[in-house]
Design a binder for this molecule. Structure first.
Ligand code: FDA
Length: 394
């Protein structure tokens, strides 16, 4: 305590996934760590993640699964703290887990176990946790960071920005890290909602009638391509395939959907050879959910028996089904986005330690940084890995 100010070795702002990991690692290395959050509970996004079971990592996580202005930035941290390292921690805490699909690991029981595990690790490291207080002024003078938290003045030679991105504000998410980073001279890559449902208007609004229908597709935005389920909603499209491409999509661009990824574009012509008396409607229904088949059939102008439709027309319809192109008019925004693309520019940070290059003692970790993972446990893996990397050097 100096002049009524409490001192620590490091103050970490944000008790989410990255902040909790960073605090536990630094605390267990003997650092006096203060972990601050304005929410009344730590790790709120962990608690609601994965439908309450937290998809806590992905066994395939590698740089190829992340978006960033610098596609190499995440390599060092991901390489040094791997999915296997996090699984070892989960096992040490005897948390039962399973692989669901595509390398995604979930708790068998509850996401609460992951938060409890991280809190236990923080406790092991003697971390001081300060919840439910507003973070006020943050200043940097004489090599020390002074932070106003509620009525208290706190200081440390090291400050970690771990307050995440602005997605889902009702959970306490803010753009606080960006504002602070800018004030300390770091650049911010324009933040955009990602892993977010896309909205449709105009003629595509016809799809809204399909609200509730899901089907496996290949969705493409530019060179990004994902084969997973797509879901029609009353505002547009969602489901894993759409959420994945939304991270790559920019206003004005088109999205292409292959509704029948296992069939060649000429499949309708082949069907006609074998079953000329089958109706186009029944043929589409044999491959797709009924409501979707009927809507697409109408849009393609296919009716009657296959034998009565020209090959050319069937070939064209098959090609359209393999590359249905539309331009979303927007996204459902930060209110519904699982994560944020963009954030604190990596150019100003060390990829080894997450330290700001020009301001000793400042660190940025987790979603606040311009590193965004695919859907499927990749974002938590980045939070753990970047938090661990900074925790090693605080
Ligand atoms: P995170 O958002 O976890 O933590 C930031 C903390 O800072 C919060 O506790 C917040 O209260 C605090 N904070 C913000 N502003 C502050 C301020 N001004 N003052 C003080 N504190 C402040 N990922 C994944 O890999 N698998 C999954 O299953 C899911 N599922 C999922 C579901 C839903 C609904 C969402 C919204 C997101 C996911 N994610 C996910 C993404 C994942 O939750 C996200 O990438 C990580 O939580 C990011 O970790 P951070 O610690 O960087 O931020």
């Amino acid at each position: 305590m100096r002049n009524g100010t409490t001192s620590f070795d490091a103050i970490i702002l944000g008790a989410g996934a990255a902040g909790l990991m960073c605090a536990a690692v630094a605390g267990q290395r003997g650092r006096r760590v203060l972990l601050v959050d304005h929410a009344d509970e730590p790790g709120k996004k962990i608690l609601i993640s994965g439908g309450g079971r937290c998809n806590f990592t992905n066994v395939h996580a590698g740089p190829q699964n992340y978006l960033s202005a610098n596609p190499h930035f995440m390599k060092s941290a991901l390489g040094r703290y791997t999915p296997a390292d996090f699984v070892a921690l989960v096992d040490e805490h005897r948390i039962a887990w399973h692989e669901k699909t595509l390398g995604q690991l979930f708790c068998d029981n509850s996401a609460r176990q992951i938060v409890a595990m991280l809190l236990a690790e923080c406790e092991k490291g003697g971390v001081t946790l300060q919840l439910g207080e507003t973070v006020g002024q943050v200043a940097h003078t004489d090599g020390r960071f002074c932070v106003r938290v509620g009525e208290r003045s706190l200081e440390a030679p090291q400050l970690v920005l771990a307050t995440g991105g602005p997605s889902i504000p009702k959970l306490g998410a803010t753009g606080f890290a960006y504002d602070l980073a800018r004030r300390f001279g770091l650049k911010v890559v324009e933040p955009r909602p990602a892993l977010v449902p896309l909205t449709l208007s105009g003629e595509e609004a016809l799809f809204r009638e399909l609200s509730g229908v899901a089907t496996e597709v290949v969705a493409r935005s530019g060179s990004a391509r994902f084969r997973e389920a797509a879901l029609f909603t009353h505002r547009g499209m969602s489901g894993p395939a759409i959420l994945q491409v939304s991270s790559y999509w920019r206003h004005g661009q088109a999205i292409a959907i292959d509704f029948l990824p296992d069939d060649e574009p000429g499949w309708l012509v082949t069907e006609k050879r074998f079953r000329p008396r089958a109706t186009a409607a029944a043929t589409l229904r044999s491959k797709l959910p009924v409501r979707l088949a009927d809507t697409l059939g109408q849009r393609l102008g296919l009716s009657g028996e296959l034998g009565s439709i020209t090959d050319r027309r069937l070939q064209g319809a098959g090609a359209t089904l393999a590359g249905w192109t539309f331009r979303p008019n927007g996204t459902e925004g930060f209110a519904k986005a699982e994560v944020t693309v963009g954030g604190i520019a990596t150019a100003g940070l060390s990829s080894q330690t997450m330290a700001a290059r020009h301001l000793p003692g400042l660190f940025c970790i987790g979603e606040a940084v311009d590193v965004t993972g695919w859907l499927g446990g990749y974002n938590f893996q980045w939070a753990w890995a970047s938090g661990w990397a900074a925790g090693q050097v605080l």
